[in-house]
Design a protein around this ligand. Structure first.
Ligand SMILES: [Zn+2]
Length: 266
């Protein structure tokens, strides 16, 4: 059974881009309420953040103000919680966090991202010694430049950033990567939904997000002992975001999309 990581703090208002709103998370929770067990995370500790970021970066985020610093630490903590749950229990986990993280590099932030949630989560598992290899798939429409920078030269992490794929090969690129993937200890997914038909990218339907979830679930079962977690990145049209996330989560559970047509179509 899939679990969802959520904290009331993800509904907080803090200074950021106008489109990165609490309504995004309300849409997701509204769609998955009652379906999945919800787990409440703790904020990431300083030592967790320092695996992905420089001490100076932590100071820079601090200077953005208390609201930003608290929200960012809580989002990183949510990703960490999801990764640890997936690692120990072996069932899929979706972390419905904001702010997103994949544009945050070791020593810089931007693009609505402050701490790199995915990097904080994966590095915690790798550095504790139990896990030695991870795969990270980023299907946001924007390049996860922060994640790429943090994992550059780290042979423990196989990273796929789909944003460079031609539009009609978007899903195929994910499937090809999963097909070629060697055995890993865990798969992390930077799940951005801004490639949605009704979002900025204007490409993927809810059925497509279900297909991606399903492909990742299959690969996780075959190559990662079923260990997989996903962390929300982009997706800026609250009306459609929740449905897309639900379709992805149903796929991640390895289940068919047996929903009314309003959800199956986008
Ligand atoms: Zn994006």
């Amino acid at each position: 059974m899939l679990k969802v990581v959520f904290h009331e703090g993800y509904l907080a208002r803090y200074p950021t881009g106008a489109v990165e709103t609490p309504a995004r998370i309300r849409s997701i929770m509204g769609n998955i309420k009652g379906r999945y067990e919800v787990i409440t995370p703790e904020p990431a500790a300083t030592e967790d953040l320092l695996r992905a970021h420089t001490p100076d970066h932590l100071v820079q985020v601090q200077l953005e103000g208390k609201a930003v610093r608290e929200a960012a630490a809580l989002a990183a903590g949510g990703a960490l919680c999801a990764a640890r749950l997936a690692a120990s229990a072996g069932h899929p986990v979706f972390a419905a966090v904001r702010p997103p993280g994949h544009h945050a590099g070791r020593n810089r932030f931007g693009g609505f991202c402050f701490f790199n949630n995915m990097a904080v989560a994966v590095l915690a598992l790798l550095d504790n010694g139990a896990f030695s290899r991870a795969a990270v798939i980023d299907f946001d429409m924007h390049r996860g430049d922060g994640t790429a920078e943090i994992f550059a030269g780290d042979s423990r992490v196989a990273l796929l950033d789909v944003s460079s794929a031609e539009k009609n090969h978007f899903i195929e690129k994910i499937e090809d990567f999963l097909e070629a993937l060697p055995t890993v200890d865990i798969i992390g997914v930077s799940a951005g939904f801004d490639m949605h038909l009704k979002d900025w990218g204007g490409l993927l339907t809810n059925r497509d997000y279900h297909r991606i979830g399903r492909a990742v679930a299959d690969a996780a079962r075959k190559k990662a002992a079923g260990r997989v977690f996903a962390v929300l990145e982009g997706g800026y049209m609250p009306h459609d975001l929740g449905k897309a996330v639900l379709a992805f989560c149903v796929g991640l559970e390895g289940k068919d999309l047996l929903e009314p047509t309003h959800m199956a179509r986008s």
